[in-house]
Ligand binder design. Structure first.
Ligand code: FES
Ligand code: MG
Length: 576
């Protein structure tokens, strides 16, 4: 257990509120203007509640209420809670992709904490990019924080079958396009699929990242698995409010939690969960913020060692509510305890080992054993080859085993608009052995690597029952999606990666067992095409887009901005 080391006079907020001068008089005066009594905030830890609630973010729709639960806990522990709105980033409505704004949220979170008299913070998020965004910002700011996951939405059912978000929508869409669902079915499904606020309830990016956040020490034990609508959820938020006040006194900051071991634990749990491919990008970015070396190869190594044990869509057949009742994340962690660094520190002030002691698996159909995993295929594989010299990723557990080794002629689409226009064009001669390719969809090209990576299958093939094909792109894929989709091809085509040199008709060899992805084009021809390649002009002349284009890293490095990665500490603001 960590010890109290802060005093009221050494709190960060004391610099604003404490001195007996005109400026501090004004800070105190203006805080009282909002109806807060002097002794409600003086000498107490000021806790920022960074709330990503909005009415354009269904996954976070309940977070306004949850902020109240956090406040209860903060006040109970003697702190002063203040709610601060932060960019909401609802995955389902933000264009071109929330990934375009992850770094923006990270900057906002960091600077919100820096500019204000905040001693510690509770981070309310969960929809895909909000978890890494908030944690990246908090890691750079390095004051005590607890992350409260929004929690997954309730399960839904139709005709006795469970319906989970994302995964099923994609399956229903394929059935609808193939003519197997009526218009009435399609509209009915729209109304029943998402039954409550909360994040996607499959093992998508949200649930992967919130589980990773908990594993690397940022959340209370079990917090990430609690369904959004469960009454345990506000209780968890209240507990987080109470705990963050203690963390401020203990000065338990992200830099005291994060180690090579905690990140290795994050990678390991991603493998055991059959987590989203997006976790590769985010966790690498998070580690680089902490100055801890982590490469994409760690994910491949972990997935070879640890099979997919969470039997959840899209790789398995259950949903997050089932996972919660099966014991949730602590139960899964207890199953892989021998592969974890149990000494890694967490927000409880105890180690990960302490936190998961006594956790039990209550349903082995949902949380499987190492001997009888949920999938015979690994949760993730990292590929290299002449098409992806800096790497690419694929999720074999959510792909077709028969396509793990495949040779086929490619059909290349230059951008997403061309793909949408052309995919059903029968003159292209796409058959089930073809390899469909999308380029200009990476960090710079997308921009922001939109989740376009589960490229559509031509209608005529869908009608014939084809449900999977080999597909390649420099885009990402929603964690809820499935298919033999090679993603995050690095370097991306827009900056001149070999994907830019591919031509329709070239043969592709995908060899997942040997972790290879190659275009079967001879080197002289590749060199000729490279010499003839012309870089497309910059897309943005001004604004955030121009800043993004200038500073974003490639996917294998986490797609953070170069200027936001770890460096010399940022000075505290002058108080005057
Ligand atoms: Fe928010 Fe899936 S859309 S978590
Ligand atoms: Mg998603």
């Amino acid at each position: 257990m960590t010890k109290r080391i802060k005093t009221p006079e050494t709190l960060r907020s004391h610099r604003w509120y404490g001195p007996n001068d005109m400026r501090s008089h004004s800070h105190r005066q203006r805080t009282q203007q909002m109806g807060f009594r002097r002794d409600e905030f003086m000498g107490r830890p000021v806790i920022g509640i960074l709330n990503t609630w909005s009415e354009m973010s269904p996954c976070h729709f309940h977070l306004r209420d949850r902020a109240e639960a956090v406040k209860r806990g903060v006040i109970r522990a003697g702190g002063f809670p203040v709610e601060l709105p932060a960019m909401s980033l609802g995955e389902v409505l933000v264009k071109p992709t929330t990934m375009f704004y992850r770094n923006f949220l990270a900057m906002e979170a960091e600077e919100l904490m820096r500019q204000l008299p905040i001693d510690g913070a509770v981070l309310l998020g969960g929809c895909d990019k909000t978890t890494p965004g908030l944690i990246m910002g908090a890691t750079s700011m390095d004051i005590p924080v607890i992350f409260c996951s929004a929690g997954p939405m309730m399960n839904s059912r139709r005709n006795g079958q469970a319906i989970g978000s994302g995964t099923h929508t994609r399956k229903f869409w394929d059935d609808y396009r193939a003519g197997n669902l009526s218009d009435a079915d399609w509209i009915e499904i729209e109304g029943i699929s998402s039954r409550s606020p909360g994040t996607c309830n499959t093992m998508g990016t949200a649930t992967t990242m919130t589980a990773i956040a908990e594993t690397i020490g940022f959340s209370l034990p079990g917090a990430s698995s609690i369904p959004a609508a469960d009454s345990a959820h506000p209780r968890m938020c209240s507990q987080a409010g109470e705990r963050i006040v203690e963390m401020v006194w203990e000065d338990l900051k992200p830099s005291s939690l994060l180690s090579a071991g905690s990140f290795a634990n994050g990678v390991e749990v991603c493998a055991a969960l059959g987590g989203s491919t997006n976790a590769v990008v985010h966790l690498v970015a998070m580690a680089r913020r902490a100055g801890i070396p982590l490469t994409i190869d760690a994910f491949d190594a972990a997935a070879r060692r640890t099979p997919v044990m969470a039997n959840l869509y899209p790789a398995g057949r259950f949903l997050m509510e089932d996972f919660y009742f099966a014991g949730g994340l602590p139960a899964l962690l207890s199953r892989i305890a021998d592969r974890l660094d149990l000494t890694a520190m967490t927000v409880t002030g105890k180690t990960l080992g302490d936190n998961i002691a006594g956790a039990v698996v209550r349903d082995e159909a949902v949380i499987c054993t190492l001997d009888k995993p949920a999938s015979s295929e690994p949760g993730l594989a990292v590929l290299y080859g002449n098409l992806c010299p800096d790497g690419a990723v694929i999720k074999p557990s959510a792909a077709s085993p028969t396509l793990m080794t495949h040779r086929g002629r490619c059909v290349v689409f230059d951008d997403h608009a061309a793909l949408t226009r052309g995919i059903d064009d029968e003159t292209l001669g796409i058959d089930e052995n073809s390899v469909i390719v999308l380029r200009n969809a990476g960090p710079v090209g997308g921009p922001g690597m939109p989740e376009w990576g589960a490229l559509p299958i031509p209608k005529t093939l869908l009608a014939r029952g084809v449900r999977d094909m080999v597909r390649l792109s420099d885009a990402r894929m929603s964690g809820t999606h499935f298919g033999t989709c090679v993603l995050h091809i690095c370097p991306e085509s827009r900056v001149g990666g070999p994907l830019a040199l591919l031509q329709t008709g070239d043969e592709i060899l995908l060899d997942v067992p040997n972790r290879r992805l190659d275009m079967l084009v001879d080197e002289a021809e590749i060199a000729r095409r490279k010499a003839a390649w012309v870089q497309p002009p910059k897309r943005f002349a001004r604004g955030y887009g121009a800043l993004f284009e200038q500073h974003v890293r490639q996917a294998n490095l986490g797609a953070d901005f170069d200027v936001l990665e770890r460096g010399e500490p940022t000075p505290e603001p002058e108080i005057f």
